[in-house]
Design a protein around this ligand. Structure first.
Ligand code: CP
Ligand code: NVA
Length: 309
């Protein structure tokens, strides 16, 4: 049984296989409508249980479409509607019931430890749909989008992240190690990635390029990523943090330091970290980025269900 929890723990050859399969499957349904099933219906009769402890628009809908198109179904739970949410049932018993009724479990959570504990007690695969430390389904899908647009292996491209050192960046860092691409990070002083992440990169004999200047981070890059300065449930002094990031906004001037055909990506939802003019420009590929989550997550589901060929 395969779980999908953190990119850093998944072999590169498996990640590559997921991407290649997503590409093939996306091509084969170009003529199909949203809820038409893929011809081979590989997950016919399977149920994915999704549970959210935090808000979600894209992850919820893209997993719904992903499992439906593969022939299965999904049910979405809010943890506060279950006994576990009010402390009325243990995680262990909840996991047992989820494994009895469902075939896969997708969790968006406030706690990385909870994912580990569920993994321990579930007998079905678990997928991390965003945790405080990572957002692996998002980032794997973003690699797919970049390679689709640039028609090149990502190892041949220069990527910049300008913004907070958050869960999405952690997964992007893991991807940069797994897929060997150059990653520049632009963030204010004291907002750099945590030491244990930098140590992990070093242990893999890879290098990140960290700048306390947005301009330096984006010079001559092929892709610029950003994300909200304040993440879901970020318990910080919001006013101060937003002020600290004032020179790290993605605007036209900043984009002009990157390559001419540089694309802009944002996992969404957005805040004020990107100017409207950039967000709505032809270089911005955010809508394709969101759409591709369906295709890559289908492949992730097949991987977890042992059906990836
Ligand atoms: N990008 C992303 O995960 O969006 P949601 O929070 O809407 O799921
Ligand atoms: N970093 C953001 C991503 C949202 C999809 C957050 O955790 O809120």
């Amino acid at each position: 049984m395969k779980h999908f929890i953190n990119l850093k723990d998944i072999p590169t050859k498996d990640l590559r296989k997921i991407l290649m399969h997503a590409k093939k499957r996306k091509q084969t349904r170009s003529e199909l409508n949203t809820l038409q099933l893929d011809k081979d219906v590989p997950l016919k009769g399977k149920l994915l249980i999704q549970m959210f402890e935090k808000s979600s628009l894209r992850t919820r809908l893209s997993f719904y479409l992903a499992i439906r198109q593969l022939g299965g179904g999904t049910i979405t739970l809010r943890s506060n509607e279950l006994h576990i949410g009010s402390g009325g049932e243990s995680l262990e018993d909840t996991a047992k019931i989820l494994s009895t009724y469902g075939d896969g479990f997708m969790l968006r959570t406030n706690s990385d430890l909870k994912i580990d504990n569920f993994k321990k007690h579930l007998s079905i695969p678990i997928i991390n749909g965003l945790s405080p430390s990572s957002h692996p389904t998002q980032v794997l899908s973003d690699i797919f989008t970049i390679e689709e647009i640039k028609k090149k292996d990502i190892s041949k491209l220069k990527i910049a992240w300008v913004g907070d050192s958050n869960n999405v960046l952690n997964s992007l860092i893991a991807a940069s190690v797994k897929f060997s691409f150059k990653l520049n990070i632009g963030c204010p002083k004291n907002y750099e990635p945590k030491k244990f992440i930098l140590d992990w990169v070093e242990s893999k004999k890879k290098k990140l390029f960290i700048f306390n200047s947005a301009k330096k981070a984006v010079e001559n890059v092929d892709v610029i990523f950003t994300d909200k300065v304040i993440s879901l449930n970020d318990k910080v002094n919001k006013k101060k943090k937003i002020k600290d990031f004032r020179n790290f906004k993605i605007n036209k001037k900043l984009m002009s330091h990157a390559k001419k055909d540089c694309i802009f990506l944002h996992c969404l939802p957005r805040g004020n970290e990107v100017e409207d003019k950039v967000f709505k420009s032809k270089n911005s590929k955010v809508w394709l980025q969101a759409l591709n989550r369906v295709h890559v997550q289908k492949s992730i589901l097949l991987y977890c269900f042992g059906k990836l060929r």
